[in-house]
Design a binder for this molecule. Structure first.
Ligand code: AMP
Length: 283
């Protein structure tokens, strides 16, 4: 595996690859890699000649300094994992390499997608995401970039970014990878103590029950059922549970039979924020 910490030599290397008409698959990550990340890389390997993975904990997408400081960083282990699955290229830049001396976001208009859910609770988050993803796309110039449905709102926002800025690449959304007990894999899971780790699968269990209820009940009823479940939970604090249109991410008020809906959730387990989502069916 080739490791680059600077964009200039990476660009030179990749432009030689491109001139050989080889396709480049790209998987941007913030490191602390787990099997969910690896599933994206494997999907990229199946369809491309070369796969580039980036590891960059992007400061501008964190609204709380302590969240950034506490974000797990496991570079040596990550590198070993990438080598073990024969990843071709790792890009591991410093903050200075990406932002020079100006650590700030550009402002993006994602047609309202950015004001829903995560956008309501994480100030400036999607401007930070848009800034780093666009920058990385400009450096790597991939044919296809892979993102997890675990961060479904982010996935829709990246698709919008590509469309609105006429970027020349495809975006592929990949399924949520889960632990055996259903907990969505996340870099943050390693921060859960034993008690919280045992409690956390409640999130997906509740999502699955909500999915079942949604077939016969209104969105309002399902939302209040979920809110009540969490009120009674001694360890997990619900930040939001929303049922939304998959495309616009607007909160569902009245079901329409031709629309696709998804349930989205954010929960605090102690100070660790976990998110998940599930596709819904109307019947
Ligand atoms: P992160 O390192 O958390 O920024 O995630 C990097 C990419 O991996 C994003 O596209 C995430 O949506 C994706 N990802 C993270 N966790 C999972 C998971 N459990 N299943 C599938 N994709 C995931």
């Amino acid at each position: 595996m080739k490791v680059f910490t600077e964009k200039r030599p990476l660009k030179a290397y990749l432009s030689a690859i491109k001139s050989e008409k080889k396709s480049i698959g790209f998987v941007p990550t913030m490191g602390a890699l787990h099997a969910g990340h690896l599933s994206l890389i494997e999907a990229a390997q199946k369809k491309n000649d070369i796969v580039v993975v980036s590891i960059f904990v992007n400061p501008t997408q964190f609204d709380k300094e302590e969240d950034l400081v506490n974000y797990p960083k496991t570079y040596d282990k990550d590198k070993q994992m990438l080598e073990s699955i024969a990843c071709d290229v790792l890009f591991y830049p410093s903050v200075k390499e990406i932002y020079k001396d100006n650590i700030s976001s550009n402002h993006f208009d994602f047609d309202g997608l950015e004001h829903q859910m995560e956008g309501k609770f994480r100030d400036g988050h999607f401007n930070g995401v848009g800034t780093i993803v666009k920058t990385l796309f400009e450096i790597v110039k991939p044919n296809v970039a892979y993102f997890g449905q675990k961060d479904f709102q982010q996935l829709q926002i990246i698709k919008k970014l590509v469309k609105k800025h006429h970027l020349n690449l495809k975006i592929k959304g990949c399924p949520i990878y889960r632990e055996e007990d259903g907990l969505a894999m996340s870099s943050r899971n390693v921060r859960l103590n034993l008690e919280l780790r045992k409690a956390a699968p409640f999130i997906y269990k509740t999502l699955k029950k909500a999915r079942k209820k949604f077939k016969t009940k209104s969105a309002e009823k399902v939302v209040s059922w979920v809110e009540n479940k969490f009120k009674k939970h001694p360890l997990l604090d619900l930040e939001y549970f929303t049922i939304a249109d998959e495309k616009t991410l607007e909160t569902l008020i009245h079901k329409e039979s031709d629309k696709k809906y998804r349930a989205f959730i954010a929960v605090f387990a102690g100070d660790i924020r976990l998110i998940d989502n599930i596709k819904l069916k109307q019947s």
